[in-house]
Design a protein around this ligand. Structure first.
Ligand SMILES: NC(=O)c1ccc[n+]([C@@H]2O[C@H](COP(=O)([O-])OP(=O)(O)OC[C@H]3O[C@@H](n4cnc5c(N)ncnc54)[C@H](O)[C@@H]3O)[C@@H](O)[C@H]2O)c1
Ligand SMILES: [Zn+2]
Ligand SMILES: [Zn+2]
Length: 380
């Protein structure tokens, strides 16, 4: 029987309150309204940011509404569309976007940014354009994290927050393009604009940092220094293109930025921070060469302040942030999928664990203990 136009009852991992593990619940997912698309979610990656919103909300992360369905790195198939939707149809393979691309606003028309603000305030609150969520539990509204909420078997998203991808794309792999891999790869390619022959340092070797290493290599950097406090990440970093790996703990008497400067004759051209720690952000900035070094912040923290000595910038350094790797998602994701299909972009290598929805809390434990890069949760 067709589900079109009817509410669907399905399973979702619900975060009832900050700091508590997710609970698998039966939720109701309403049909899409005019400019909305209901997706049958097939897979979800588990990103550090999901963990941070659950366990750091009100600390390094701004307060959010609960109960919420987390997950913002998903891939699925369109189940049904609202009456005003023209670009999607049932059966399309899609990746939902936590950053929209409406294609019409001043920001979308500029080549300088990917920061489209369509539905932004609502998405940040976890609701859709009419101010409500499409997900409920026994009549109680459940918020939709970043407008994606990929820890639910079905989700409803705005049609401007969705990328259509080719039919032969394996969703269990390209799911990683929904956040982590696109972010790190784009941080190097789009935001840092790494040049051939340059020297780079990447701080933090989770999926974001390893993708940054991959991006530096793709941009033909000749020296790529990979830095992590967990040396278990080093073999993967070398696989992605790192030319050297450093564990700061091996240099207890020297600041890591001085180690990098000494190895590179004064500092790297580009440093990428992929941890989300303000102390590491300072280390990354100070690792760059004073005259032209570029420091890109990919790590996510919302409430903390970064203190920078003015002299660090005065001589010529630049510090900038990257959000979703600078990609305009609707246009870029099909191309990144093509790159993966042409074996020009690695994805399989990031997936260390395949879990069921009921094991979603285990995914958090796995990366907090340093034992995983990306866990991919199968929703069905
Ligand atoms: N800017 C964006 O759009 C965006 C998108 C996705 C994720 N993020 C953020 O990027 C960061 C990384 O995400 P992830 O999923 O790869 O996380 P992760 O937890 O898998 O990886 C973080 C890595 O940093 C390492 N680390 C911790 N402390 C360190 C230190 N002092 N020095 C060096 N390495 C250290 C850890 O051992 C780990 O390998 C997070 O802050 C996440 O919220 C940002
Ligand atoms: Zn993420
Ligand atoms: Zn826009």
């Amino acid at each position: 029987m067709s589900t079109q136009g009817r509410p669907i009852t399905c399973k979702a991992a619900v975060a009832w309150m900050p700091g508590k593990p997710l609970e698998i619940e039966e939720v109701q997912v309403d049909p899409p309204k005019d400019h909305e698309v209901r997706i049958k979610m097939m897979y979800s990656g588990v990103c550090h940011t999901d963990w941070a919103y659950l366990y750091e909300t009100g600390q390094s992360m701004s307060p959010r509404h609960f109960p919420v369905v987390l997950g913002h790195e998903g891939a699925g198939v369109v189940e049904s569309v609202g009456t005003e939707v023209t670009k999607f149809k049932p059966g399309d393979k899609v990746i939902p976007l936590f950053l929209p691309q409406c294609g019409e606003c001043k920001r979308c028309l500029s080549t300088k940014t990917n920061q489209c603000r369509k539905n932004w305030a609502n998405t940040q609150k976890g609701v859709l354009a009419d101010g409500t969520s499409r997900i409920s539990y026994n009549g109680q509204q459940v918020y939709q994290f970043l407008g994606v909420c990929s820890f639910s078997q079905y989700s409803v998203v705005p049609d401007t927050s969705l990328a259509k991808i080719r039919h032969d794309a394996p969703l269990d792999k390209v799911v990683l393009l929904g956040c982590g891999v696109s972010t790190g790869y784009g941080a190097a390619i789009n935001t840092a604009k790494v040049e051939p022959g340059s020297t780079c340092a990447v701080f933090g070797l989770g999926a974001v940092g390893l993708s940054a290493v991959m991006g530096c290599k793709a941009a033909k950097a000749t020296t790529i220094i990979a830095i992590d406090t967990n040396p278990a990440k080093f073999p993967k970093a070398v696989e992605m293109g790192a030319t050297e790996c450093i564990n700061p703990s091996d240099h207890p008497k020297t600041k890591i930025q001085d180690v990098v400067k000494e190895k590179t004759g004064g500092g790297v051209d580009v440093a990428l921070e992929c941890v989300g720690d303000t102390a590491v952000m300072s280390q990354a900035l100070e690792s760059t060469i004073d005259a032209w070094g570029v420091c890109v912040i990919a790590g996510w923290t919302e409430t903390e302040k970064l203190s920078v000595e003015v002299e660090q910038l005065l001589l010529g350094r630049t510090i900038k942030g990257t959000y979703f790797g600078g990609w305009k998602g609707v246009d870029a994701l099909p191309l990144l999928v093509n790159k993966y299909m042409a074996e020009e972009l690695k994805l399989d290598e990031f997936i260390t664990h395949s879990l069921s929805l009921s094991e979603v809390n285990k995914a958090f434990q796995l990366f907090k203990s340093g034992d995983s890069i990306r866990s991919v949760v199968s929703l069905w």
